[in-house]
Design a protein around this ligand. Sequence first.
Ligand code: FAD
Length: 374
Amino acid sequence: MTPVEHADVVVVGGGPAGAACAAAVRRSSPASSVLVLDRSDFPRDKVCGDGIAPEALDVLAGLGLDTAALTAGFPAVPRLRLSSPGGTTVERAMHRPAVVMPRAVLDGRLLDQVLGRGVRFRRHTVRRVTVRPTHVDVDGRFTAGVLVGADGAESVVRRALGLGVNAPDRLAVAIRGYAPELPGQDGVQVIATTPLRWPAYAWSFPLGDGRANVGYGELVAGGVTRAELVEGLHRLLPGVEPSGLRAHRLPLSTGRPRLPDGRVLLAGDAQSLINPLTGEGIFYAVLSGALAGAAAAHGSRAGAVHRRLLRRRLGAHLRASGTASRLSRWPAVMDAAVRAAAADQRVFDDVVALGLADGRLTARTLVGAARRLR
Ligand SMILES: Cc1cc2nc3c(=O)[nH]c(=O)nc-3n(C[C@H](O)[C@H](O)[C@H](O)COP(=O)(O)OP(=O)(O)OC[C@H]3O[C@@H](n4cnc5c(N)ncnc54)[C@H](O)[C@@H]3O)c2cc1C
């Protein structure tokens, strides 16, 4: 019989949330043992737009990770072009450039750096999680003082906590592939929206090697099929011929569950932390993972501590992005916001911060958009 393996903290999932969590445990309690379980060996692909907000790299740098090594070989992408459902377009330099790089590379490098800090890794697909008074049991193979579910959009750990999946109007689905970069798109992240099947959008994010990550997504509530996702992509990015198309679900933060107290925590997509305006999730994943790692030292109180840390750090932003997402259900509001961003760089910066990081719904954005409502 295989002996049971114990760690003070077991992290299910070695993606951005799990890797940041493991790094945070080693940083805040160097004596704690940490074990990461993932069903895949790394590097592994993850269906994503591959756009990395600079704030995500800030979180990783704050954990002592070498972000220059993480992103080496992939040029910064300084500009963003956004078209509204009504056809207004704004293109401006972002306050700070983003990075676009394949997730297989980013996640592989990230986990490598974290494993270099004394974190253990086992390839294992988690199926059953049982909470006991003094520890958590995983498949009868592993025990943990605290268990962190960083196992993505279809989280098994979340199910074990009795938390359901997001409702269909708080759950998106998107398809992505790789295609030759659009002409004139060097250094520009392109986001194109449409009034058809709104809210829906397509993107083309340049990788710097002549290729771009292209994709299209919309809410599950609309009953979209795979063929309709592909059709949406072609409609919004005419002439694009992507290969390697794969779809994946995005649990939006507007549907995030209240986390229970106790020894089992969630982070990243498992916690429904995806920006409802843009589908951005890597910044939230590393931030919530880092906070889960800090909370893990509190044993049976870790869940309550994690909830408090997350509310303090991200609560106001999550309320703002939730409100903005409700307002943006009217395409006219999106049109007005894009017109305001086209008129004022500061509004553009506020909108980018709200959609990609931890920004707020500022008075100048609200006033600027209200003045331009038609
Ligand atoms: C089409 C699409 C485009 C996107 N574009 C962007 C973008 O451009 N920028 C951005 O910031 N975000 C984007 N996102 C969101 C982003 O991909 C996620 O928010 C991010 O990957 C979340 O990281 P995570 O660590 O929580 O989960 P994941 O990256 O999904 O990692 C979860 C890990 O858990 C493992 N796992 C799952 N189940 C088990 C199990 N039972 N046992 C063991 N291991 C398990 C998986 O193998 C995986 O390695 C996009 C999402 C989609 C679907």
